[in-house]
Structure formats: C-alpha cells, structure tokens
Design a protein around this ligand. Sequence first.
Ligand code: CO
Length: 465
Amino acid sequence: MTHVKITETILRDAHQSLAATRMTIDDMMPALKDLDAVGYNALECWGGATFDSAMRFLNEDPWERLRKIRDACPNTKLQMLLRGQNLLGYKHYADDVVEYFVARSIANGIDIIRIFDALNDYRNIEKSMNACRKEGGHAQGCIAYTISPVHSVEKFVKDAKQLEEMGADSVCIKDMAGLLLPYEAFEMVKAMKETLKIPIELHTHYTSGVGSMTYLKAIEAGCDIVDTALSPLALGSSQPPTEPLVATLQGTEFDTGLSLVDLTKVAEHFRGLREKWIASGLISPKVLGVDVNALIYQVPGGMLSNLVSQLKQAGKEDQLYEVLEEVPRVRKDFGYPPLVTPSSQIVGTQSVMNVIAGERYKMVPKESKAMLRGEYGKAPAPINSDVQKKILGDEPVITHRPADDIEPELENIKRQAAEYIEQEEDVLTYAMFPQVAEKFFKWRRAQRHGVDDSVGSVEDGYQPT
Ligand code: CO
C-alpha cells in the first residue's frame, strides 16, 4: 500500500493565491482543532507572503500567529515556505540573519521548511537548509518548475539529486504557475523515484485547469505527497481541491486514509469565509477561472496581468502580443530563469521596455542590471554576452554566491531596532521589513496605551508561489 500523503495549504497558499493573503488568525482559530484531527502530512500555514501581510494589512504579529497555530495543532506537522537566502523578504541577507531566522521559526513551532531559490541556484538555499537540519527541522529542497529549451526532465532529476546530496530530507517540485502537464509530471516523478531515496512532493496551482490531472498522474508515478486546499479555497489560482482527490484515491493502492466526513466538516468553516470574501470583492471572479494563456505563453497568470497593466500605464495596450513575443527572447538573453518572484517581474518589465522603446535594452531597470551582474545568483543557462556587455559595459560580474559579499548584520540590526524589541523575534521582523515593522511596532505600543493608530492599507503585488 503506497499511501499518498496530503499537505493542506488552506492556511497559507490558498488564501495567498485567491484572497491577497488576508486570512487572519481569528479566521483560522475556529477550524484549527478540526484541521489538526484530519491526519494531514502537514499544514502549510506560515511563510510566503503571510508574514508581511499579517503585519502590513492585519495588524498581526506573525510570530504570535505561528505560536497560536502550534498550540491549537499539537498533532500535525506545521510547514512554511522560505525563499532561501532572501528569507521572506526581497534581498539576500547575511548568513547570521538566515541562521537566526530559521532557528526562531523552528523554536516557535515550524517542523518542515520548504526552501526555494528563484533561479534554482542551490547555493542560495544551502545555508537555510543546513540551519534547518541543525535545529532539528525537516529541510525540504525545492525545484522551481519552468519550461525552456534548457529545462528537461533530465535536468530536473539532476537538480533533485543535487538537493538530496546537499542533505535535503525531501524534494518538492514547485509548479507555481500551473504549467506542469499530467504526462510530463508522470515522467518526471517516475524518473525521480528511480534516482532518489528521499520523498517527492508535488506542488501546483490550478491556474491553467490541469492541476488535479497532474496530481493523479504524478501519484501513479509514485509521488509521495501532494499539496491541496480544501474546496472552499481551492481551484483557480489556488491548489487543486483536497476532497475530490481523497475520494478519487479511496480504496485504491494510493488511498490517503483521510475521511471525507472529517474534511467536509472543516471545509464548512472556510465556506463561510469564501462567501464573505466573494461578497466583499476580496476574491475576484478572475482568480477563480481557468487561464489557458498560462499554457499558451508559458508565463504565470500574475505575470501576464502585470504586463497588461504596465502597457496600459504607458498607453501601449495594443503592443501586448509584441511583448509576449519579446518575453522568451529576454528570458533567453538572461539565461532562462524560472518565472517566479523576482525574475518574473524583471523579465516582464524588461520585455515591456524593449517593446515600448522600440530598441532592445535601450532602457534597462536596475533590477535587470543586478540580474545580469549575478547579484541574484547563477542563471540556469549562460547569459547572452552581447546583451551583458551592452548593459553592463566593463562592470564586474559576480560568479560566487551573492551572500558571500554580505558581512554579518544581525548585531547591527539589533541596535537599529532596539527601541521596539519586545521579543527576540522582533529583530528578524525588522530585518526583513524595516518600514512595515516599525509601523507595526508603533501601532502595537500604541494599542497598549489605548491609542488608536490604525495601519493603512496598501495594494500588494504578490503572485502565487
Ligand atoms: Co504555491
């Protein structure tokens, strides 16, 4: 009996993908006891955009949230998503910050850390993976799935093997854009199972409408764990739904062992949230549909809508198809990075500029320069040297791990944040989001003194991860 395990994403990715990461701890609390009783492989409940969003929009301390979930779910493993050396922020941090962050995450209740790097440059996840294992956590190495002439089943299997050799406890194929097709998944998982000893987990989004089929084929190929969301917050740009997969596998050699009755009971709570969020407009009908463009252009749904809005701002909406043709060319020039934050924004913006300017690489944002300079790490394929020369001139290029250039910074950050510190984790909060954290810390202090100083709301630009 090859029991397939299920990781439930309703507390993290599902609401990040459908509802701008706005689920509060109060929204979660009434369901936690029942979620804990289901028997999931893990509850993905922290990291990704939840950390920033909790503070920025919900006036919640993310660490406090984690502790509450831990208390309410003593029987289930808690999982988080971590962007390697970027942690939950947008730049590389010094190793001492990375190690401290991982240690505090595990101390506050995290069991499994899923760690990825946008370029699949595994040097950028090595520190956090080692720190996780040192603290007794389960370190899951992650491959960002993408389609390009240099990406193949063989390459991904080689990547997975590399992660295993680095000490990963399991490997996740992370298909953030919903591009992985069922038979491709079958082939890839089968090859990985033949090559690796550690468990394989598959993570996809329903965006292009193939997610449940992809899971089924991956399971037939021996996939150990898949990520699903309870039906009220599944489908669309979220994960495939939990209950239909559990029903599909019931009584087969892949039976998950989960009870549909238990799942339906927990789902009921989230159905209320879904209805509330649809009524308020937080969940828009757009994210609930099937977006076949993702399959045609092989760009994530979030990236496509960014391109449209950038063109709109420039009054050049009619040039969308030129931009869509330019995207693969820019991607090739930049060494075929997977299209996930931040590379999706960088490649997208550069493509728009190339088309609008009427000359390629006449306008070059600093993020494009940083990517060509190697500041995010090593791209999967060689960078076009003519383009690199045109953009960088004689500027030096980095070939070592970018964080090697960063001096230890924890002590300095402790000094900067000193006046706000109420718990040791506050230093890490401040390290990642100094402005948002400062505002939140001030609000927290004011609350205690009975002063109302509500934090305003700003549009966020996250795309599903
Ligand atoms: Co995701």
